[in-house]
Design a protein. Structure first.
Length: 118
C-alpha cells in the first residue's frame, strides 16, 4: 500500500521559515515526479511546487517563487519543501502528491497544517 506522510508543519510568525517533509512508503518513487499542494479553508486546492525524479526540473507557483524551495532525497524516498519569508496568506493545509496522472496526481498524503501569524 502506497503511503505519503507529511510532517514539519506548525505555527510561525510572519517572516519565519518552516521545512516540510513528505516520506513515501510502499514503493520506490525514484522515477516519479512529486509535488506539494495547499488548501486553505473555503478555498480550492492550489499547486505550490513540483520536482522531477532527478531534481533537475522544478516548477513553482508564482505566489511562492523565490521564497519556497522543493527538493528530494530519493535514497530516503522523501521530498522537502523549504519555506522562507512566510506570509499570513501562506496559511494552509499542505499536502504532498506523487506520480502525475493527467491533471492530477495518483497518490496523496493527508497533509500538515501551516499557520502563519502576524
Amino acid at each position: 500500500q502506497v503511503q505519503l506522510v507529511e510532517s514539519g508543519g506548525g505555527l510561525v510568525q510572519a517572516g519565519g521559515s518552516l521545512r516540510l517533509s513528505c516520506a513515501a512508503s510502499g514503493r520506490t518513487f525514484s522515477g516519479v515526479r512529486m509535488a506539494w499542494f495547499r488548501q486553505a479553508p473555503g478555498k480550492e486546492r492550489e499547486f505550490v511546487a513540483s520536482i522531477n525524479w532527478s531534481g533537475t526540473n522544478k516548477d513553482y507557483a508564482d505566489s511562492v517563487q523565490g521564497r519556497f524551495t522543493i527538493s528530494r532525497d530519493n535514497a530516503k524516498n522523501t521530498v522537502y519543501l523549504q519555506m522562507n519569508s512566510l506570509r499570513p496568506e501562506d496559511t494552509s493545509l499542505y499536502c504532498c502528491a506523487a506520480n502525475p496522472r493527467g491533471p492530477t496526481y495518483q497518490y496523496w498524503g493527508r497533509g500538515t497544517q501551516v499557520t502563519i501569524s502576524t
